[in-house]
Design a protein around this ligand. Structure first.
Ligand code: GLA
Length: 388
């Protein structure tokens, strides 16, 4: 972030807030499980300029929003999703630090595709939270910023998400994955050297709206399952959650769960184990094993957790059968968005052309391909609590 005089009068602040991928560990963050995300080089730039008067003016490619003051923004009645975000961020920030009357013009731009499952929401929330932190020179920590983004998504936008996205956006490190334990929110940076292989995203352009999708229903179902199985689960608070239930205990008591809830619980336990195995595979540079885990994760997400869609399934199954591909799966919340593929660099050019053509022929939609470069989390310059 930079802060400088503008025409000798008005201060400006700038932030780059990245999107994220998740290598493996899908839909288990909100259950207290392990996940393995990382920030990417696509993201959003946010620039704030001090203005005369107390107004807050926000501009993005999606529209413009004007408030007479920060107080009016916090008291507003959101009419669309971006205004729900703004209200959430300003209100959550205010709970931790008083808002000043400084007027701001804020411009949001970037290259993160919307609805691609790359965490535009957490990137925007954390980026705006960081801007407010700088404008107010507040003592807020990285964890506060993460909580502001988390609260905004849950309380103001309505997706009952987990902590993965804001953690990845804020705490990631270049060339590393972030191993996040969602039961105690501890993190480890795992060096990610994929040798001759490359992570690549295929965006189906089928967009999802998690707050209105069955995402919240999945969460309610696994909470129901855990309530039933809890008496036989681990007692220690840190591991008292469904992902830590021994598999034999689930199988022994499966008849207590409804036929619809059992597959979700089974996926949860399998996926948790896959994260642990994926970390070991990365450390051992066993790329074949890593790819196999990605394939298994997709099968579980599609058949057991049922958060895939025909477009994702088509492109995952196609990719899994291409030369040089070790693994492919849907990524993120699901119901659209991107597939994540582990591809030998020598096959990348052919794979890209063939993927776009295959998808066009199947759905008459022009998809998009993005090479994943694991990058630093939210980017601040001098004076911020985060450096890049
Ligand atoms: C969305 C949510 C995350 C996580 C993923 C699925 O991105 O915001 O918290 O649940 O879906 O893994």
């Amino acid at each position: 972030m930079t802060e400088r005089k503008n025409n000798g009068k008005h201060r400006t602040w700038e932030v780059f807030a990245p999107g994220r991928i998740n290598l493996i560990g899908e839909h288990i963050d909100y259950q207290g499980g392990w996940v393995l995300p990382g920030a990417i080089s696509l993201g959003q730039w946010i620039k704030a300029t001090e203005i005369d008067g107390p107004g807050i003016h926000l501009k993005s490619p999606l529209g413009t929003w004007t408030y007479t003051s920060a107080a009016q923004l916090c008291a507003s009645n959101p009419q669309d999703k971006p205004s729900a975000f703004f209200k959430g961020i300003w209100s959550s920030f205010q709970k931790r630090h008083p808002l000043s009357s400084v007027g701001l013009e804020i411009e949001i731009s970037g290259n993160l595709p919307l609805g691609a499952g790359l965490s535009t929401s957490a990137s925007l929330s954390a980026g705006l939270g960081q801007i407010l932190h700088q404008v107010h020179n507040s003592p807020l920590s990285e964890e506060d910023l993460i909580q502001i983004a988390y609260e905004t998504e849950r309380a103001f936008v309505g997706t009952q998400c987990g902590h993965m996205d804001p953690y990845a956006v804020v705490k990631s490190k270049a060339n590393h994955l972030l191993l996040l334990n969602n039961s105690d929110l501890s993190t480890q940076h795992i060096p990610c050297d994929l040798g001759p292989y490359q992570l690549v995203l295929f965006h189906t352009k089928v967009t999802h709206e998690l707050s209105h999708s069955p995402y919240n229903e999945r969460r309610a179902a696994v909470e129901r399952a855990w309530d039933i199985l809890k008496p036989w689960g681990p007692k220690d608070a840190v591991v008292a959650a469904l992902p830590y239930l021994p598999l034999e205990v689930l199988e022994q008591h499966r008849s207590k769960l409804s036929p619809a809830d059992y597959p979700l619980a089974r996926f949860t336990l399998d996926e948790q184990l896959r994260v642990e195995n994926a970390v070991n595979a990365i450390k051992a540079k066993d790329y074949v094993a890593l790819g196999a885990l990605m394939n298994q994760s997709h099968q579980g997400l599609s058949e057991l957790y049922q958060v895939s869609c025909p477009e994702l399934d088509t492109m995952v199954h196609w990719s899994q059968n291409q030369p040089g591909v070790l693994g492919a799966r849907m990524m993120g919340g699901g119901f659209g968005g991107c597939t994540l593929n582990l591809i030998h660099q020598d096959q990348l050019a052919d794979w890209t052309l063939d993927a776009l053509e295959t998808y066009r022929q199947a759905y008459d939609i022009t998809g998009a391909v993005y090479r994943v470069d694991l990058s630093d989390g939210i980017c601040a310059g001098q004076g911020g609590f985060m450096q890049c």
